[in-house]
Design a protein around this ligand. Structure first.
Ligand code: F0G
Length: 479
């Protein structure tokens, strides 16, 4: 953020654009057709119909010219490529971990860890600050289960707590005590995806690691969203204000037994990595990588991506680079909050999260308020967000639909991709939509069978067309 002479502060892009991709806004009537065709599910949309793609921050972050250049130096070789050793050296330099296993993306790390530590102990438990679908999916598939240990405030949508991703240490210790040898490992998610990209403090991570040592269990850090979390430690945690990003990473890394990450998020690439210091554990996990991912010096990643990640990890140590995403999110959240739009606070990483149950309180939970709002946002702006609510909720009992406990729309902010003027356009359309929220209606599935997050829905009425008509009346020929 920089201070302005004649207006309130704004985020300032700390890069210049070298390569651009053309994008367009299709007319509002076409947007209604596109969202209908996609079954009111933004996952099913085609990118050609989208103006601002804010579905995710995964695998969509812009690369630098240095990354693109480095990709050309990739040493394409099945075993023992120079690329592997260059990336391993960078990981050692930043994280101080001796062993590195490449895999094709974040969920593959989770698969490997579940095979290595959950499967051999059927019924074992993984305590974690919060769950993420891909993480717990692998744990359950391998016969284990998870326990959420988030501090109570983490679940409050509006709060001033700077670290809503912190563990409740008392709860964690009691789980560790009760479960004894039944713990596969403790998973620490930094930051927490499903509660709005909220960060965990370094002190809390260190305390969790101490507890793991006390009870003799492995500490496993999911560092997929670490980039934003590092910015928050540096700016919100007083004890670390004077530490460099590299020092913060080193302190954190030294306290963890295993670190894994989706390099679709951390490192501005597309891939994944598991890193650790214990040679015996490395050999154990490596056997699964060789069977399921690829030879352990590429693990399913292309060497070009591995070179891009090497340079991207260095960029992640730069404060200007890592503050960009959180500043855009803070700007979005503050502008929307000032206009009375209900958003998750404080601003976190990953994206801006809108509270659909408050935005469209007239839509019953069984009519998928967040799904309806995500569709309406697309109609109003051409921006694609993601429903985080009842449509996404896994069914434990096939006869009873679990309606979402939170109904959020996530507008992810891909790193270095969009500009402040594009955010201003989005904010304006969201303000218009909020003033016209009564026009938004609900959604339904055609059958009552258990559904998936990528299944199609129908609108409960012709509300999408009526919303588009109002848009035309208010905006005339404007897109
Ligand atoms: N852990 C966290 C905290 C994540 O946010 C993700 C992915 C993963 C693991 C899995 O990584 O996608 O490379 O397999 N989150 C994406 C998202 C899908 O859109 O939030 P992956």
């Amino acid at each position: 953020m920089v201070d302005y002479y004649r207006r309130n502060s704004l985020p300032l892009e700390m890069h210049k654009v070298c390569i651009v991709q053309k994008t367009e806004i299709i007319p509002v009537e076409e947007r209604v057709k596109a969202i209908r065709k996609a079954g009111f599910n933004t996952y099913r949309m085609e990118s050609k119909d989208i103006f601002l793609d804010m579905l995710t921050d995964s695998g969509v972050n812009a690369m630098t010219n240095d990354q693109l250049g480095a990709m050309m130096t990739g040493d394409d070789c099945y075993a023992g490529s120079k690329t592997y050793f260059r990336l391993a050296d960078k990981i050692k330099e930043i994280f101080n971990k001796d062993y590195f296993l490449p895999v094709h993306q974040g969920r593959a790390c989770e698969h490997m860890l579940a095979l290595a530590y959950v499967q051999p102990k059927p019924g074992s438990i993984v305590p974690m600050n919060f769950q993420f679908g891909t993480s717990v999916g692998k744990i359950q598939y391998c016969g284990g289960d998870f326990v959420i240990c988030i501090a109570e405030e983490g679940l409050q949508k509006q709060s001033a707590n700077p670290f809503k991703g912190d563990f409740d240490l008392v709860k964690l210790e009691s789980v560790l005590k009760q479960q004894g040898g039944n713990i596969a490992f403790v998973r620490i998610e930094a930051g927490t995806n499903l509660i709005g990209g909220q960060p965990i403090s370094l002190d809390n991570m260190l305390a969790v690691s101490e507890l793991c040592r006390k009870y003799g269990v492995l500490s496993v850090l999911d560092a997929s969203l670490l980039q934003d979390n590092l910015h928050f430690i540096k700016t919100r945690e007083n004890a670390y204000r004077d530490k460099s990003i590299r020092e913060i990473v080193r302190t954190m890394s030294d306290a963890m037994d295993i670190i894994y990450f989706s390099a679709r998020k951390l490192g501005f690439g597309r891939g994944g990595a598991i890193i650790l210091n214990d040679q015996k554990e490395f050999e154990h996990i490596k056997s699964f990588v060789a069977s399921f991912e690829g030879f352990p010096t590429f693990g399913g990643m292309s060497v070009r991506e591995m070179e891009a990640i090497r340079v991207g990890l260095d960029d992640t140590m730069d404060e200007d680079t890592i503050s960009q995403g959180p500043q855009f999110i803070e700007y979005l959240v503050n502008e929307l909050e000032d206009a009375g739009i209900p958003v998750v606070t404080p601003p976190g990483g990953l994206g801006c999260h809108i509270d659909a149950m408050k935005f469209v309180p007239h839509i019953d939970r069984r009519d998928y308020p967040a799904g309806a709002l995500a569709s309406a946002i697309y109609i109003a702006s051409g921006a694609r967000g993601m429903e985080r609510g009842g449509i996404d909720e896994p069914w434990a009992d096939p006869d009873e639909e679990p309606y979402g406990s939170m109904e959020l729309v996530r507008l992810a902010v891909p790193r270095r991709v969009y500009t402040v003027s594009q955010m201003n356009y989005l904010i304006d359309r969201l303000l218009w939509l909020y003033d016209n929220r009564e026009l938004i209606g609900g959604l339904h599935f055609e059958t009552n069978a258990p559904h998936n997050f990528y299944d199609a829905l129908e609108a409960n009425s012709d509300w999408p067309e009526r919303l588009a008509e109002k848009f035309r009346r208010d905006f005339g020929d404007s897109l």
